[in-house]
Each structure stands twice: as structure tokens, then as C-alpha cells.
Design a protein around this ligand. Structure first.
Ligand SMILES: [Zn+2]
Length: 476
């Protein structure tokens, strides 16, 4: 059975057929480097990474491009607030982004193009859109004329009339149609700018992505991904720009992931529940965070809360425990009926894993198949102390490939790292202590609460009270 993908364009499950046999060109909207990436961004990046890894597992040669937006309104605002130049800001937060994706075991993109390094290409694209009659210039601004692109709205399903109504709230007399969007923005005082045929200014966000995507992947790309908040206007505008230029289909398969909420609420800076990847990694290990992020199907919402993180922790632990048990079985040269039935179960689970992933990357079902293998290993180890070498190797390899190579959950290093069997118990104990301390704080027993923290600190635990609860870690 082949791979099927739910294409946002048309909202139908379609068989995946790349433009060129055996090759996949993938583009994912990357971060705007004005701040640390948050766990909502991380969800989109981890999902894209799992899809990339699965396509590679299936034998495709994947070219993966993810941009870095280093010039836009947010960048300019932050630069003015902090006094840091755009370049310094971009440097700091793109380094932090690469650090975070490495921690989460996300493979580095083949190309991470930066908008500010592609200004000539962007200007060229805008120029061509003007020549073709799709764009117009007003006092140093250039706008895309949506009325010229007949299929505008085909991705989001937004009708022109509705768009115009919505856009009227913010009336801009320079635009021909209220829904027109900026390709180039004339320089305002104090803003960074590049020289263009329309004077000093800077590119709009949408034209950055479509220009860089086509530069590195060609005029038609196979998969374009992002969070569902990007469907409109960002991706709708990317399609209009790219297809107006080339007359070809810009993207064959659009994939969008659902929201991530924090304790049932949408993440926002004003609610104070904005969790960066760095914050989250103080609450749990990268492996656990990654497992949590893929534990729901990408088209379902997912909620970041204590219980879900605890569950992810428990599940990762069960997988590692089973692998450790398998490793500790003594090897023998002959195969018995125990090994035979273990292999039947494991190979069947591998097939179910593939079926689940082939069905629009159904990671929760794929994980359920992994747990069939976990149970099979445990059942075997409950009654056997020995295992045939070849069978042991096959089971271990299958687990390693599915869990580590495809899902990106590190197993090999983790199994080795677990030198003490007390590690999980310490986690549970700390949870009890911190809960009691929380109760003290609720009763305004500050002195006792502080004492608990100090005593724990003395024996090597660092305790931090954050917006989203108390976290602990071991002093290095
Ligand atoms: Zn984009």
C-alpha cells in the first residue's frame, strides 16, 4: 500500500506521487528569529522531521528546505526595543533555534536560507510580477493585485467577497482591492532598508518564502508544510505569487498541523502561558518532549500539561525498559519456539507501524504498534533468560529503526546512559516532595517552602518556580 496524505488543497486524502520518481522536495516555513522558538513552533518542526524521516525510510531522497525569517515587522520592533541590530538579533536567535532543534533530534535542513541574503532574487520576482500585470507600485510600496489571480482563495476556501469585507477593517487607500497584500514596503523612518527599483524598502514576508522555496526546490515542490495558522494569508499568498510567476502548480501536497494548547488554552504572551522549548526542557527531557509532540495525530490538537508530559515520560521509559531487558538476555545459538513467536509478533507490528504511517502519518497508531513490540519483548523476557543471537538482533534493529530513525526518539544512547535503576524512582519522589511544597505555598507557609528548596539544593537539586509550575533538575 502506498502513502496517502491529506492535502489541505481540496481537503482530500490523496496518494502521494512526487513530481520526480524517488525524490521529494520539501519546504517548511521556518522561524522568525526575534525570540526563542516555543513549543507550538516545535510541534510543527518535529512533525515535519518525522515526515521527512519516514519518507527517507521509504527510500525517497528528500531535499528539505526551511527558511529563516530575519526581516519582518516583529524583527524590526524587537530590534527597536532591545537596541540590538537586526543582524545581532538574527544571529542570537537563529543560533538558539539550531540549538533547540538539535536538542529535539530534528535533522538539520539541507538549506536554511535567510531572507536578508536573498534580496536580489526577491526584487527580481517582484519586478516580474509587475511586468506580468499582477502587481502595482504606489509611492514606493508594491502590492499584489489579488483580483488578477483568479484562483485566489483556493487553499483556504476564503471567498473574495469575504476577504474584502474582512480587509476593510484596516482601510489602506493605496490598495486597489482591500485584500491586496504587500510585496515590498517603502522604508519608514528608523527602519532597515535595501535599495530597489521602487526606492529604499524591504520585502514582505510572503514573497520571501515563495522566492526561496523556488530557488532551492524548483517551480513545483512536492510538500509544503506549516502550522494551520499559516494557511491564510501566508500560504494563500505564496501560491498567488508563485503561480502568477510560473503558471505552474506551486505545491503538490499542502500539510498543516493543528494547534498546540497549554492547559487547555491557546498559548499567548498576554496569558503568561507562553512556553519556549528551553522552558519545556527544564520540565522534561528532549526525548519526552518529542514523544509528547508526536503522541497525537498532527491534524488533531494537542494539550501541553503535566499529565500528558507524565504519560509521555512513562511511555518513553517503557520503551527503553523493554530494550534494556532485550539487551540483557543471554545469547545462545539455537532458535526455539519462543523466538519464533516473538519474531512473528514483532514483524506484524512493524507492518502495522508502516500501515499507520502510510495513512497520513498516523503517529498515535504507529506508537501503538511500537507498544505491541514492547509487550512482546516483555512477555518473552518474563519466561526466558536466553535468546538466539540472530532473533535478538532482528528485534533490536526493528525497534531501533522505527523508534529512533523514524520517530526520532533516541534509544541507543539512552539505554546506555541509564546506569542506575533508581532514576525513575527519583523522579516520582521529587514529584511528591514538590507537591507537598506547593501545598505549603498555598497555605502561605513560605518559610517551610523555602527551607525545603534550600535543603534540596544542598543535596544537588535545583528547584525553580515558573509560571507553569515548579520544575527541578540535578546540578551538573
Ligand atoms: Zn513561509
Amino acid at each position: 500500500m502506498g502513502l496517502k496524505i491529506l492535502n489541505t488543497m481540496g481537503m482530500r486524502k490523496e496518494e502521494f506521487i512526487p513530481l520526480h520518481d524517488g525524490e521529494v522536495k520539501m519546504y517548511v516555513c521556518g522561524p522568525t528569529v526575534y525570540d526563542f522558538i516555543h513549543i507550538g513552533n516545535a510541534r510543527a518542526f518535529v512533525i515535519a522531521d518525522v515526515i521527512r524521516r519516514y519518507l527517507e525510510y521509504k527510500g525517497f531522497k528528500v531535499t528539505f528546505v526551511s527558511n529563516i525569517t530575519d526581516i519582518d515587522d516583529k524583527m524590526i520592533r524587537r530590534s527597536q526595543e532591545t537596541g540590538l541590530s537586526l543582524q545581532q538579533l538574527g544571529e542570537i536567535y537563529s543560533n538558539a533555534y539550531f540549538e533547540d532543534i538539535a536538542a529535539l533530534n530534528i535533522k538539520r535542513p539541507d538549506v536554511s536560507p535567510r531572507a536578508t541574503q536573498h534580496i536580489p532574487e526577491i526584487i527580481d520576482a517582484i519586478q516580474k510580477l509587475i511586468e506580468k500585470g499582477y502587481a502595482y507600485q504606489v509611492d514606493g510600496d508594491v502590492y499584489f493585485d489579488v483580483s488578477k489571480f483568479e484562483e485566489y482563495g483556493k487553499l483556504s476556501g476564503n471567498k473574495m467577497e469575504a476577504l474584502e469585507m474582512g480587509a476593510r477593517i484596516e482601510i489602506n487607500p493605496r490598495k486597489r482591492n482591500p485584500a491586496d497584500f504587500a510585496l515590498w514596503k517603502a522604508q519608514k523612518e528608523g527602519e532597515p532598508a535595501w535599495y530597489s527599483p521602487w526606492g529604499w524598502g524591504r520585502p514582505g514576508w510572503h514573497i520571501e518564502c515563495s522566492t526561496m522555496a523556488m530557488k532551492y526546490l524548483g517551480e513545483t515542490i512536492d510538500i509544503h508544510m506549516g502550522g494551520k495558522d499559516l494557511i491564510f494569508p501566508h500560504h494563500e499568498n505564496e501560491i498567488a505569487q508563485a503561480e502568477a510567476l510560473t503558471g505552474k502548480t506551486f505545491v503538490r501536497y499542502w500539510i498543516h498541523n493543528e494547534w498546540l494548547t497549554v492547559e487547555g488554552q491557546k498559548m499567548s504572551k498576554s496569558l503568561g502561558n507562553f512556553i519556549t522549548v528551553k522552558d519545556a526542557l527544564k520540565m522534561c527531557s528532549p526525548n519526552v518532549l518529542r514523544f509528547f509532540l508526536i503522541s497525537a495525530h498532527y491534524r488533531s490538537p494537542i494539550d501541553f500539561n503535566r499529565e500528558n508530559i507524565r504519560l509521555a515520560e512513562e511511555n518513553v521509559r517503557k520503551i527503553l525498559d523493554a530494550l534494556e531487558r532485550l539487551k540483557s538476555l543471554k545469547e545462545r545459538s539455537e532458535r526455539g519456539s519462543g523466538e519464533e513467536s516473538l519474531l512473528v509478533e514483532v514483524r506484524d507490528a512493524k507492518r502495522r507501524f508502516e500501515e499507520a504511517m502510510d495513512d497520513d502519518f498516523n503517529t498515535p497508531l504507529a506508537i501503538a504498534a511500537i507498544f505491541s513490540i514492547v509487550r512482546a519483548i516483555n512477555n518473552y523476557a518474563n519466561i526466558n533468560a536466553e535468546i538466539e543471537t540472530a532473533a535478538k538482533k532482528e528485534v533490536y534493529e526493528i525497534m531501533k529503526v522505527l523508534v529512533e530513525d523514524v520517530l526520532g526518539i533516541r534509544v541507543e544512547t539512552e539505554v546506555e546512559k541509564r546506569t542506575t535503576e533508581y532514576e525513575p524512582i527519583i523522579g516520582n519522589l521529587m514529584e511528591i516532595i514538590l507537591e507537598l511544597r506547593q501545598e505549603m505555598r498555598r497555605r502561605k507557609e513560605w518559610k517551610i517552602a523555602d527551607e525545603i528548596r534550600e535543603k534540596l539544593q544542598r543535596i544537588g537539586f535545583i528547584i525553580e518556580d515558573t509560571h507553569s509550575g515548579t520544575i527541578w533538575k540535578l546540578k551538573k
